[in-house]
Write a protein that binds this ligand. Sequence first.
Ligand code: C6P
Length: 425
Amino acid sequence: MTIERRAFDTRSIRRDFPILKREVHGKPLVYLDNAATSQKPVQVIAEITRYYRDTNANIHRGVHTLSQEATQQYEDVREKVRALIGGRRVEEVVYTSGTTMSLNLVARGWARHRLRAGDEVVLTEIEHHSNIVPWQQLRDEIGIVLRFIPMLPDGTLDMEEARRLIGPRTRLLSVTHASNALGTIVPVRELADLAHAQGALVCVDGAQSVPHMPVDVTELGADFLAFSGHKMLGPTGTGVLWARHEVLEEMEPLFGGGDMILTVTLEESTWNEIPYRFEAGTPNIEGVIALGKAIDYLTALGMDQVRAHEVELLDYALRRLGDLPGVTLFGPPEVERRGGVVSFDLEGVHPHDIGQVLDSHGVAVRTGHHCAQPVMAALRVPATARASFYIYNTPDEVDALAEAVADAARFFGGATGATGAAHGG
Ligand code: C6P
């Protein structure tokens, strides 16, 4: 695949990430656990310090200069988020603590008040737990019905079943844009068109897409979009729920307290405007402001370039790992249909043991069920090993991964006679 490089220079990018200079077990760190959380550039780290040294104050509360400056800096980030995801209005951006909270806000703030017993919410088998559990909780509370679009053996969705499942009783489709466990990129627009044709709304879990590729809420057909700041160079404890203005107006606040009210008497309260009515209490001010720097960083690179870089690494990693005897690769074989995630298994070796051998090589990957147990059940494996890429990863690091996996195969004595790679499982 030919990739036109604009200003994408991995070597200079790496210089912005101090942690990449450290060693693990005497080996250079090869950080391939980016789907769990990304590393942070100096621009983001410095912004947190700058905020506390120069600005620190509570927001929306004071006429004094520090409070006004903090408020301005915090509010300016809403516009950056809006521009990143192509939202129409800045008030459509609600700050949360991360994708999990954003999805819970959709379930509790919107669905709990809008849906009734028998109404259907359509999910998929490849969701992260945070897009399953809140819906199960709501099902148990108000009697909604959950339908799951099944996964095919290659990790893509059964679109024929999707067409059957999305019907007149469907009130919401809530679906991941990119699977954290397999990398599968879901054809959200196609599903959204099916859902909208039935009058249902569409919620997109963008935790694994917004950090890695261009995402436009209008092109996606999303009514809600949830994502986390910490997976896109920003601090932990930051996240976003974007929703169409009209939909946010239909939502009830989840938490009551300071900042989310207009008036309070001893008898009753009225709510502030959107988005403030969903942001009760003192928020993660420095986190949001530093998230702004993370968005600046990604925007300067260009999300199309970020995606192109990851596709290049993914393509190389699939070939390198696929050439190793005993390795099974999960997820769709075509790079166009997956994000920068490689989930794999090594015959005869438990993923946890793979993780430990890799760690001894300085290679950080995640092993386990990746908070996607239904995916593991569909694959009929207890766990997988997962390497996931980002802007600072290099082909040399893919080589280090492949060599460490080959070492794990040697160390545990399995896999030697096994043949090549298979997709699916
Ligand atoms: N996945 C992973 O290692 P939070 O934890 O709220 O920032 O994000 C939750 C979440 C929701 N949806 C998807 C698709 C995700 O990948 C995640 C987080 C991490 O895969 C941690 S479990």
